[in-house]
Design a protein around this ligand. Structure first.
Ligand code: NOJ
Length: 726
């Protein structure tokens, strides 16, 4: 799509001004004023507030062509109000709440001059050691797609450009080490890692960021087949592709380019449109154009894309942002508290929760019970720290000071210094219940913050063990940026609530749950028993020798079972500690009377899967109903289950409701042997389930082969420099 404004700007621009549009710089102080005045930057990163408005003013009032700036910032899970980390948001299985949170974050960010956020992160992750799992929506492509789309809509509805990142495969970093190489077979790439990006592009995401990783030998910032070929040519993405921080010049470190000039050439030819941080384009594009190594058409296409994003954001008319109603902090706080409540996953509850207001005395213990900064998690540059409410504050607000005692036990999560244990044990002994807040501090996840072990750090497990030995019941509230191995915590705690890093209102939200509201979060990632099981994910293949799903095969302390060879371990259970989709509440739901109509699905048709959901407990609650499918016989091996749909359903005690999902043939598509998307006729199994290892199930048939059901073939690398987009 072209516009007359963009055409006439392009006709007027000098080469230096064109190249300038493709450069994103981070000013230090106000040291890039001249560059902006000269039209030498299309975008700035990390300028907010007065500085952001100042630079925008320089660009639109004092540069020759008055082209506004894209002002980019990592607004990852909130701005001044911090929402749960994205992994926590994913546990809500609640796209509308995620959309609202993104909209609020966008309004707050826009109020500080920001018009571009580097979010959502759509990397599917199967390895909890990777620090950036905190920024992800977990292990499932459908969940990541739905929530990614919700975030894109939330941001862009408020005039802030979203950025789908990191294209693609960055989440498969080997060994969970950030920036490590990735090797993803094409079928897995297309079925697991690409779908969230395709969904975000279809939803109109204005920008995409390439990853730091090299994928099967090619760094993503030089990956023509996937950036130019798939993203732009096949999917028709007409927004801009930005590199990651220095990821263009890092191609020389990867070893696929000899110098900065070659990095510049490879990246722009691969389809990137803007360089973040490094300056190889500023220094080398002119010479590359002169010697014909980069075509003027590719240059103009990149400039057009940058201008198009600015135009779509309305920056030519309202460079300082649309005038918006002032954000009311109370609304943001309400949303943050609600989303935090919906994000927490209750993993264990042995007749302890909810506590009820008449609980008596509560000992609040642990290094994270009153750690405002740590409960926010990673990427919170703009957080209003004064507006953070801890668990201690949340419980005191309910019970008053007199009934609540507080001891940290450990100063920090990672500390091995047990000198505070005694005071914590004393507090426990004079209380009726202990609320123990443990887990990971904010600095243990996020970019370049990976772990080799996924148990509680420091002496926290010993603190729990000793508290449990007092006989006073312990509720463990675990804060974390990643799935942890929580078996030893489950063994000692009477109740276990996984709170992730829940954000500004995490404390009151957790108090809401401890004292009555039924938790409704569900795991967006499998929780392994130990690091040795990684990678462990629900949508794996069956293999030719599947282990018994109901047996650990090698119960601890017994001799090896010699009866067969299975896809399992000699020295560890093959089953997860808690499966994907799992989570408890304060009531129980029963699933009954599954019906499929018709039970033969024809192309173009839909199948209705319905069942009765009954709240058979004594309290109101919310169930996250999950629809899974398995293709029982296909030309390639298919996962044992794939999530195809989900829905949050709230029922009063004793209430029942008929729930219906519709399934269409295209939802059964996979990548066939020729690289095409197909649905093959045959038998399928469907589950309506509370999590990925349970459910009511029935078989149905799909009648007829559809090749390419969504009108696209995947793959198709292209080396060609694109013609200008129509
Ligand atoms: C590097 C990170 O990988 C990316 O996610 C982030 O948006 C940029 N830096 C900008 O801060």
């Amino acid at each position: 799509m072209s516009s007359s404004r963009i055409d006439s700007l392009l006709a007027e621009m000098t080469l230096a001004e064109k190249i300038g549009q493709l450069c994103q710089v981070q000013p230090h102080g106000r040291d890039q004023e001249d560059l902006v005045r000269a039209g030498g930057a299309g975008s700035l990163i990390n300028v907010v507030g007065d500085d952001a408005y100042h630079y925008q003013w320089l660009a639109v009032e004092h540069s020759r062509l008055r082209i506004p700036l894209l002002l980019g910032r990592d607004v990852i899970h909130g701005f001044s109000t911090v929402f749960p980390i994205p992994l926590g948001q994913a546990a809500s299985f609640d796209p509308p709440s995620v959309r609202e949170a993104a909209a609020t974050a966008a309004r707050q960010a826009a109020g500080a001059g920001v018009n571009w956020t580097f979010s959502p992160m759509l990397d599917v992750v199967r390895d909890p050691r990777w620090g950036r799992v905190a920024e992800s929506f977990g292990e499932d492509p459908l969940l990541a797609s739905r929530l990614g789309v919700a975030m894109v809509e939330g941001y862009q509805g408020e005039g802030v450009a979203a950025c789908a990142k990191h294209f693609v495969g960055y989440g498969a970093a080997q060994g969970g080490r950030d920036y490590s190489e990735t090797a993803i077979p094409p079928r897995q790439l297309h079925e697991v890692y690409l779908p969230p990006f395709e969904a975000a592009v279809a939803a109109g995401a204005l920008t995409v960021m390439t990853g730091f990783n090299d994928l099967d030998g090619l760094p993503m910032s030089g990956h023509a087949p996937l950036v130019q070929g798939l993203l732009k040519d096949r999917w028709g993405f007409d927004g801009l592709v930005v590199s990651d921080w220095n990821s263009i010049t890092e191609m020389a470190v990867h070893g696929t380019a000899a110098d900065a000039s070659e990095c510049a050439r490879q990246s722009i030819v691969a389809g990137l449109d803007m360089e973040m941080a490094s300056s190889s384009w500023r220094h080398h594009l002119e010479a590359l154009l002169e010697r014909g190594a980069v075509s003027p058409q590719r240059l103009d296409d990149a400039v057009r894309r940058v201008l198009r994003v600015k135009e779509r954001l309305g920056l030519f008319e309202t460079p300082y942002g649309r005038s918006r109603p002032a954000e009311t902090p109370a609304t943001a706080a309400f949303q943050a508290r609600q989303l935090a409540r919906r994000s927490c996953v209750l993993l264990e509850n042995h007749a302890l929760l909810p506590l009820g207001e008449n609980v008596g005395r509560v000992a609040v213990v642990g290094p994270l019970a009153d750690a405002g900064h740590d409960q926010l998690g990673c990427w919170v540059f703009d957080a209003d720290h004064g507006a953070t409410h801890s668990v201690l504050a949340g419980i005191r607000e309910r019970l008053g000071d007199r009934r609540v005692s507080f001891e940290r036990g450990l100063d920090r999560c990672r500390s091995d210094d047990e000198h505070g244990f005694q005071a914590a044990l004393d507090a426990a002994r004079s209380a009726d219940v202990v609320v123990l807040c443990i887990g990971e501090d904010a600095g243990l996840s996020g970019e370049a913050h990976c772990r080799a072990f996924i148990e509680l750090p420091g002496a926290q497990q010993r603190l729990l063990d000793q508290l449990a030995a007092t006989g006073v019941p312990v509720v463990a509230v675990v804060f974390t940026g990643r799935p942890l191995a929580l078996g030893a915590v489950a063994d000692k705690a009477r109740a276990l609530l996984l709170a992730w890093h829940p954000g500004s209102l995490g404390g009151p939200a957790i108090a809401d749950l401890l004292f009555g509201e039924s938790p409704s979060g569900r795991l967006p990632m499998t929780l392994p028993r130990s690091v040795g099981q990684i990678p462990l994910y629900y949508n794996h293949k069956n293999t030719g020798r599947p282990p018994d799903p109901d047996s650990p095969r090698v119960p601890s302390g017994t001799p090896l079972d010699p009866s067969g060879f299975f896809a399992a371990y000699l020295d560890e259970d093959h089953r997860p500690q808690y499966p994907f989709g799992y989570g408890l509440g304060y009531t129980r739901f029963e699933y009954a009377d599954l019906e499929l109509t018709p039970n033969v699905l024809a192309p173009g048709g839909t199948l209705a899967a319905s069942f009765t959901l009954r709240n058979v407990g004594a309290r109101a609650g919310t169930e996250v109903v999950q629809l899974y499918v398995q293709d029982l016989v296909a030309s390639v091996t298919r996962p044992v289950r794939e999530l195809k749909d989900f829905r949050r359903v709230s029922l009063e005690a004793g209430e029942s409701r008929r729930i219906e999902f519709e399934l269409r043939g295209e939802q059964l598509a996979f990548r066939g042997l020729e690289g095409e998307r197909i649905v093959e006729p045959g038998r399928f199994r469907l589950w309506l389930a509370a999590h990925s290892q349970t459910g009511l199930s029935a078989e149905f048939e799909y009648a007829e082969r559809i090749a390419d059901p969504v009108g696209q073939r995947d793959e198709a690398p292209t080396e060609e420099v694109p013609a200008e987009l129509p």
